[in-house]
Design a protein around this ligand. Structure first.
Ligand SMILES: [Zn+2]
Length: 113
């Protein structure tokens, strides 16, 4: 089961944005994306509803989370985009999309000061 304390409101206008363990989130059903059931949360402060993958590289991804993980691991080990696509059985465009999305996510979350 998902630990709700690891999540935070993803509404940038909310006073709880980015703050974990505020007691502001409740479970709000599930949704199915890419064949995977995802937990939905609702913020009790602002009412914003979002999925567990919001603000991650898995949000609105073309691939399921396991495939996205495989892509990132293959690339991190030094394989090229075409070789990774061949290993996993995807198009190079799908691999490129996942890698670019991961890179943008790192820029937005780790490199922002
Ligand atoms: Zn909120």
């Amino acid at each position: 089961m998902i630990d709700i304390h690891q999540y935070f409101c993803t509404n940038e206008a909310c006073k709880c944005y980015g703050l974990r363990s505020q007691g502001s989130l409740i479970r709000a059903g599930t949704c199915i994306k890419q064949g995977e059931r995802k937990q939905m949360f609702r913020c009790k402060i602002c009412g914003y509803r979002f999925s567990e993958t919001r603000n991650t590289i898995f949000f609105n991804s073309r691939c399921d989370s396991a495939t996205t993980g495989k892509i990132i691991r293959c690339i991190a080990e030094g394989n090229g985009v075409r070789y990774t696509a061949g290993i996993i059985g995807l198009s190079k465009d799908a691999v490129n999309a996942a890698v670019l999305k991961a890179g943008r996510h790192i820029d937005e979350t780790c490199l922002k000061q």
